[in-house]
Design a protein around this ligand. Structure first.
Ligand code: ADP
Length: 606
């Protein structure tokens, strides 16, 4: 889409500056140059020269007399003295003499030169500097020159605008938003029945799932003006400026209706007002202004406000009440089919081999967001260029998944032999515990090539498909799998390493959630001990129980993890010979696929 740009004004700015320089040069430099050729003499010298009839030409000015001699080109100057006889003397000496013609200088020209011209020049310079500052701050509001202007980026209708077809997957969200498009095309249909469109629609979901893209697609589909601004752009240093920006934005929007106003990261201004003294006044004023503006415009006025956030729970309830942002559209991480479609959409933008198995790539990239998948395709294209190929292959895509998730391979082997062996046992330990519990291949692939992200090995899990419910047994098995790596180290080497830090963290988190949130502990029954605060950003939880209960929770967590750790140890001891073989295989080859893993594990069974 095109952004509206102001025409360039360079000609005027530079013209103004050149003019200023010329005027200064004329006033200061030229008189000086002339003065340098003039010789000052005394009045008596001038009188003597007159009497001796040596004078050629005389110019009598207001406060000085300039003259030349018959011999020589020099100009002489002397001060003017009250001398009534001067004219007679000059006349009788035969010199050519003249006085100053007293012309009245035009007063208008004087005013123009002394007052108007400098003002014009300064206005030009000011405007020029303002423009430069705006360019530097990337069009953001500059405090000195653009107080309270919203500076929302206006996108006008354009044939290359983003359409729903560019947003892959997210069918539910698209269906929901299609109604808005329909409304913007034909508002009369809705007015007839008396139905009013929601004023505000909140897109919620984890980062990189295409919320901004969907908002742009709504504008692209409905072919109306699109104002886009980020929540943080409203918040300024001075109290009241954010509010005036909100006013300005809505004023512009109403003028351009029907249109879409998109506020990204609305949590920056829409956070709950906590009522504490000394809170963030500027943010609260901005929010108040937003609430007022949303109430202020009529239903069916043609202005639709879309907002995106990944922290919906932190929003002020006044903002999410009916009549303001009354519709919430979840934009979730894509499932297998969604991932495949996103990959296909982005693969169209690069030259790619015809024999790509997108489903396979999508299943390898379990849990990846739309933005990550875009990145994966781009990394694959970069890899193809690096290898001097003209198209992207399946291998490029597979390798780039690992690059995006785990970083590049480290070129210099930094692991000692002993460390490499420990990492191999650790990873195989996880995999065997998982496989024995579920009786299926738990991993796509394990590699023990160190990555730039710091991971010493990397395990690509099998995509478990869409799983909405998990039983207590499944969660316990998961904890046992987390402890499997450490258990393998204990069995084989009799000592433990720091490599399990991440596993320990995840096992604890899961065990704690089982006890405090899922009611999977007999002591607490169905009582919630924790509430989740950041559903889309890692899912942090905060405890809400007494100190004694906390102690009890901690004890239960330890017991639960311990029980699963023992289970993992037992499984591995029963499979010690397979553990050795698989770990040796991984140590030698550095990579093992899920298929190879299962073949070795099941060898000689049944
Ligand atoms: P969000 O606003 O949710 O953080 P964006 O809309 O900015 O995410 O998405 C970032 C990028 O990820 C987009 O520019 C697009 O290239 C890609 N992307 C994300 N989701 C999708 C999708 N469903 N289909 C196609 N591309 C997507």
């Amino acid at each position: 889409m095109h952004e509206v740009k102001q025409p360039k004004k360079h000609f005027f700015y530079y013209g103004g500056i050149v003019l200023l320089l010329l005027v200064l040069f004329n006033f200061l430099a030229i008189p000086q140059m002339r003065e340098s050729q003039i010789k000052d003499v005394e009045y008596s010298t001038f009188m003597r020269a007159t009497e001796n009839q040596r004078i050629d030409k005389v110019d009598i000015q207001d406060n000085q007399i300039l003259y030349t001699l018959k011999k020589g080109d020099d100009i002489y100057r002397t001060g003017k003295i009250e001398d009534p006889e001067l004219v007679n003397r000059l006349y009788s000496s035969g010199a050519d003499f003249t006085g100053e013609i007293q012309t009245e200088a035009s007063p208008l020209l004087g005013i123009l030169l002394t007052w108007v011209l400098p003002i014009i020049i300064f206005i030009f310079i000011g405007k020029y500097m303002n423009k430069k500052i705006m360019e530097k701050s990337g069009g953001a509001n500059s405090m000195m020159f653009g107080m309270g202007k919203s500076n929302a980026k206006i996108y006008v209708k354009s044939s290359e605008g983003i359409k729903f077809s560019d947003v892959a997957g997210e069918d539910e969200a698209k269906e929901n938003l299609a109604e808005i498009v329909e409304y913007l095309h034909n508002p009369g249909k809705y007015r007839e029945v008396g139905a009013s469109m929601p004023k505000g629609i909140l897109l919620v979901g984890p980062p990189g799932t295409g919320k901004t893209m969907l908002a742009k697609a709504v504008a692209g589909e409905s072919d109306v003006a699109f104002f886009s601004m980020s929540g943080s752009e409203f918040v300024e240093m001075f109290v009241g400026m954010g509010a005036s920006k909100v006013r300005d934005l809505f004023k512009q929007a109403k003028e351009k209706a029907p249109c879409i106003v998109f506020i990204d990261e609305i949590d920056a201004i829409g956070k709950k007002r906590d009522g504490q003294i000394g809170g963030n006044d500027e943010r609260e004023q901005t929010l108040n202004q937003l609430l007022t503006e949303m109430d202020g415009f009529e239903d069916n006025s043609g202005v639709i406000i879309l907002a995106a956030t990944n922290r919906p729970e932190s929003l002020d309830p006044a903002l999410t009440r009916p009549g303001r942002f009354d519709r919430r559209v979840p934009v979730e991480l894509p499932d297998l089919k969604g991932r495949e479609e996103i990959l296909k959409v982005h693969a169209k933008k690069v030259k790619i081999s015809k024999k790509i198995n997108f489903r396979h790539i999508a299943s390898m990239a379990a849990g990846a967001s739309g933005a990550e998948l875009t990145n994966i395709v781009n990394e694959a294209a970069l890899r193809a260029v690096r290898d001097g190929r003209h198209f992207v292959t399946q291998n490029d895509l597979e390798e780039s998944i690992e690059v995006v998730i785990a970083g590049y391979q480290k070129k210099n082997a930094i692991l000692t032999d002993a460390e490499k062996r420990i990492v191999a046992y650790h990873e195989i330990g996880h995999a065997i515990v998982a496989a024995r519990q579920s009786n299926s291949a738990p991993v796509q692939k394990i590699t023990i090539v160190p990555r730039t992200s710091g991971a010493l090995g990397y395990t690509m899990q099998v995509d478990e498909g869409n799983h909405y419910l998990m039983s207590r047994e499944e969660l316990e098995n998961k904890i046992a799998t987390f402890t499997g790596g450490r258990a393998a180290e204990e069995i084989k080497f009799g000592s433990v390493t720091t490599g399990a830090a991440n596993d320990i963290e995840q096992a604890t988190k899961l065990a704690r959630a089982m006890i405090t949130r899922y009611g999977m502990n007999d002591d607490f029954d169905m009582v919630a001990m924790e509430t989740v605060t950041n559903q889309y950003l890692g899912g942090d939880a905060s405890l809400s129980c007494s100190a004694e209960t906390q102690t009890q929770i901690d004890k239960s967590v330890v017991e639960l993890v311990k029980r699963q750790h023992e289970k993992a140890l037992k499984i591995l001891k029963e499979n010690e010979e397979k553990l050795d073989r698989l770990a040796e295989f991984l140590y030698e080859k550095e990579t093992i696929t899920g298929k190879e893993f299962m073949e070795i594990l099941l060898e000689g069974e049944e």
